[in-house]
Ligand binder design. Structure first.
Ligand SMILES: *[C@@H]1O[C@H](CO)[C@@H](O)[C@H](O)[C@H]1NC(C)=O
Ligand SMILES: *[C@@H]1O[C@H](CO)[C@@H](O)[C@H](O)[C@H]1NC(C)=O
Ligand SMILES: *[C@@H]1O[C@H](CO)[C@@H](O)[C@H](O)[C@H]1NC(C)=O
Length: 302
């Protein structure tokens, strides 16, 4: 009851302060006053129930407080660390740690749930990483995986920081080890991704060269197949420049190649190919009757 009185006194003081401050805004002031009056009435009504509520309040508080300390065994941390090391290419020599039952902690507690999430995230990172190494994934998929990888690793590191704040003192060294391991993983993944990207770029360049080779060898069907596989990454103008030869002999083959892609002319922008080819021929004074006829007929059919 004493507490309530103190609160009421405080409120009255507050109200008088408000009145002082709002001398020129009496209307507002009365509105506030009314609200406070209601608060006081409600508090007095609630007063009777507060005493019986105290015990339940205490229970509630206990509920919000951490029930136990987060117990993470060094074996569990070790499993996580081993997991992050998988990417080092030790896949064959070291078996992936199986999802053993948690040893030290109760499987249902908050702490092990978090550990499980950790494991799942790291495994996700590793799975994604091996997916990124597949040559058949498209550039878009690759970019998507890369972005996911980046955010997942950042998130993992943030979670390690949180974990460090919450776990028992004696496990801090282990958590530190996990953090170092994750940071190493991140660096290693970034390095590997750079190499991978170079490889992918080199692979694309090789495919482009192959495509040009096929056109120059008059094998337009094969060239079109490769071009489609490159999925729009090889600009048609660039291809035309790469394929055009000073003597102008590739005109028929190039036009044949454009025609082989006729169904997807819009998507691949073959019209840009015609334009670049035409510009080359005109500039080099190679636009004879036969070549004009080939280009014209092809364009009419487009
Ligand atoms: C795990 O903890 C819950 C309560 O937190 C308890 O009911 C259960 O018996 C415990 N299980 C084991 C295996 O210790
Ligand atoms: C090809 O690229 C388009 C858009 O650039 C993309 O939506 C599609 O998934 C890619 N397909 C393949 C097989 O790479
Ligand atoms: C093709 O080559 C011409 C001249 O050699 C250049 O002006 C043009 O920008 C090139 N086009 C592309 C798409 O590379």
């Amino acid at each position: 009851m004493k507490k309530i009185l103190i609160i009421v006194i405080k409120m009255i003081k507050m109200i008088s302060k408000i009145i002082m401050l709002n001398r020129y805004h009496n209307f507002q002031c009365y509105k506030q006053l009314r609200i406070y009056k209601w608060i006081i009435v409600l508090m007095l009504i609630a007063n009777s129930s507060i005493y019986c509520g105290v015990s339940s309040l205490r229970v509630k508080r206990q509920f919000f407080a951490p029930t136990e300390e987060c117990i993470i065994s060094s074996t569990e941390i070790d499993e996580l660390v081993q997991l992050t090391k998988l990417v080092e290419g030790r896949r064959s020599s070291r078996k992936r740690p199986t999802n053993r039952e948690p040893t030290a902690a109760n499987a249902s507690d908050e702490c092990s749930r978090r550990l499980r999430e950790f494991k799942t995230s790291i495994e996700g990172v590793l799975t994604r990483y091996s997916a990124m190494q597949k040559s058949y994934i498209s550039a878009n998929q690759y970019e998507l995986l890369k972005a996911q990888q980046e955010s997942e690793l950042t998130d993992l590191l943030r979670r390690v920081d949180n974990l460090e704040r919450e776990v028992e003192q004696r496990f801090l060294a282990e958590i530190e080890r996990l953090r170092n391991s994750l940071q190493k993983l991140k660096r290693r993944l970034n390095d590997n991704l750079r190499l991978l990207e170079q490889e992918r770029a080199a692979g694309r360049r090789a495919q482009e060269a192959l495509c040009v080779g096929y056109i120059q060898g008059d094998n337009v069907e094969e060239a079109a197949k490769i071009y489609r596989a490159l999925n729009g990454t090889y600009d048609m103008g660039r291809l035309t420049n790469d394929t055009y030869q000073a003597e102008g002999n590739t005109v028929g083959a190039l036009v044949g190649f454009f025609e082989a892609l006729r169904e997807d002319a819009q998507q691949f922008g073959t019209i840009a190919g015609y334009e670049v080819l035409y510009a080359h021929l005109e500039r080099n004074n190679q636009l004879n009757r036969e070549r004009s006829r080939i280009i014209f007929h092809s364009l009419v059919g487009l």
